[in-house]
Design a protein around this ligand. Structure first.
Ligand SMILES: *[C@@H]1O[C@H](CO)[C@@H](O)[C@H](O)[C@H]1NC(C)=O
Ligand SMILES: *[C@@H]1O[C@H](CO)[C@@H](O)[C@H](O)[C@H]1NC(C)=O
Ligand SMILES: *[C@@H]1O[C@H](CO)[C@@H](O)[C@H](O)[C@H]1NC(C)=O
Ligand SMILES: *[C@@H]1O[C@H](CO)[C@@H](O)[C@H](O)[C@H]1NC(C)=O
Ligand SMILES: *[C@@H]1O[C@H](CO)[C@@H](O)[C@H](O)[C@H]1NC(C)=O
Length: 427
């Protein structure tokens, strides 16, 4: 009897350790890679406090205008970078997805710890679950420390963030992948529906055996996109723009959009940068994006001045002409909206709004290397809302999902345990 009990207990212990390894760790899609090429990806980020556009951009070493463009928010509006975005707002942050240590990840983000920051608050609150305490610790080769121990103020951390590219395609169509942190109350069918993709597609992209995801898991969501065909010599080689959004390139001189009707990349001059190289097509008087049409007996001769990449500081523009059955209607652009000031709180997982704590100096170090001409990431110091009682565990979206984790993990652990027991029994 006692021996049987010991055997049962040993099996349970083994199963529990197996289960906790499989269940307690958030799942992230891993894409192996080689070489040093990078590709374009999007990070899904939920604001942990009211934050300026420029603060969110600085946190991710991104350009404020590019951040707005990726969300179809009016990047050309005066003072757009200084607009305050509401806590709980979900944004797509454009990121370079590098190849580091044989896997795709974004490694461009540097964070300077502030007083009272811990690995856990940096990962779960400031970066809203996109990073984990363990990943930050490993990336920075920190000695194994308590994730809740205060970091040294000013301590500089590389914050690795999950991304994938899968050759910028999905089912042989151009796609850009959004890293999405599963929230409490999310289901895979609901996530798929909200991105106009299918459960099967999400499951395939994430190599999932069943359409189930736990809060804190990070899913790669393929978004239909417009791909570019710029040459390797172009600094914006590989540019890809998700349907319904914009990207800025060529030192913010050129904007490229995708959709809503056609998934052909369409680039025009911007009014953002004062000094831009010529954007005229050679041997013509037409500008980037100009389309001219001539009806002929054979159909409509459409000629377009198309953008071909930013090469050696020059904007490549060339005339392309082709016959089409009918003359095209004027180009439709994705709608641009004003940056929102409130968040629609019909989602069940969002806690009520609470006032953020006073802003505090520090937080983000500008990356001296990342230099786009109009980038306001350059120089100066940045303030980020601090992780306080007001916007910490009681108020923040991420912290709320954190608090729910134990409750989420227990049933999961039990279901894993049951699963493994079944496995043991069937074996
Ligand atoms: C990536 O896609 C391109 C075309 O879009 C294709 O030629 C190439 O073979 C693909 N590479 C891989 C590794 O799938
Ligand atoms: C692109 O987005 C528009 C709405 O912005 C939508 O109507 C259209 O179906 C989308 N295209 C694809 C291929 O998803
Ligand atoms: C050509 O493009 C420029 C810049 O977008 C625009 O201002 C101009 O009106 C266009 N001209 C024609 C004839 O479409
Ligand atoms: C279409 O127009 C372009 C320039 O407007 C011209 O170079 C080309 O020869 C024309 N093609 C046809 C088939 O008419
Ligand atoms: C870019 O400039 C460098 C030197 O300035 C030159 O060697 C190279 O051929 C140029 N590349 C292109 C595509 O023009």
């Amino acid at each position: 009897m006692a021996a049987l009990l010991t055997v049962v207990l040993t099996i349970v212990a083994a199963v529990v350790s197996l289960s906790s390894q499989q269940c307690a760790e958030a799942k992230t899609t891993i894409e192996p890679c080689s070489g040093s090429d990078s590709c374009a990806a999007l990070l899904g980020y939920t604001l942990y406090a009211d934050m300026k556009v420029s603060e969110v951009a600085a946190l991710f070493a991104a350009d404020p205008a590019a951040l707005l463009a990726a969300n179809a928010l009016d990047f050309a509006a005066p003072g757009a970078a200084h607009r305050i975005l509401p806590m709980g707002l979900f944004l797509r942050v454009p990121a370079r997805c590098s190849c580091a240590g044989g896997v795709r990840k974004s490694v461009a983000v540097r964070y300077a710890a502030r007083p009272a920051d811990t690995l856990a608050t940096v990962a779960d609150v400031v970066f809203a679950g996109l990073a984990s305490a363990d990943q930050i610790r490993d990336e920075n080769a920190l000695a194994s420390v308590d994730p809740d121990a205060p970091l040294d103020a000013g301590q500089k951390l590389v914050v690795p963030l999950p991304c994938v590219c899968f050759n910028s395609s999905d089912n042989n169509l151009p796609a850009v992948y959004l890293s999405y942190v599963v929230q409490v109350g999310d289901t895979v069918p609901a996530i798929a529906a909200s991105y106009e993709t299918t459960v099967t597609d999400v499951m395939n992209a994430n190599a999932m055996g069943s359409p189930v995801a736990a809060p804190g898991d990070i899913l790669a969501i393929p978004l239909p996109a417009c791909a570019s065909t710029f040459p390797k010599s172009a600094s914006d080689h590989g540019l890809i723009v998700a349907n319904g959004t914009y990207a800025l390139t060529a030192g913010n001189c050129v904007q490229c959009s995708c959709g809503p009707d056609s998934l052909n990349l369409y680039c025009t001059p911007t009014s953002l940068s004062g000094s831009c190289p010529s954007m005229q097509c050679p041997n013509s008087n037409v500008m980037l994006g100009n389309v001219s049409t001539h009806s002929t007996s054979a159909g409509c001769n459409v000629s377009t001045c198309s953008y071909g990449g930013f090469v050696n500081g020059s904007i490549t523009a060339s005339l392309t002409a082709g016959l089409q059955p009918r003359c095209p209607v004027p180009h439709q652009f994705p709608a641009l909206m004003d940056p929102p000031t409130t968040v629609n709180h019909d989602s069940t997982y969002l806690p009520p709004l609470s006032a953020p704590g006073p802003a505090e100096a520090g937080g983000v170090m500008p990356d001296p290397e990342s230099g786009s001409p109009s980038s306001s990431v350059q120089g100066g110091s940045f303030t980020l809302p601090k992780v306080s009682k007001a916007n910490g565990p009681a108020g923040s979206v991420s912290a709320a999902s954190l608090m729910d984790k134990p409750r989420q993990i227990l049933p999961l652990l039990i279901s894993c345990l049951v699963f493994h027991l079944q496995l043991c029994i069937t074996l």
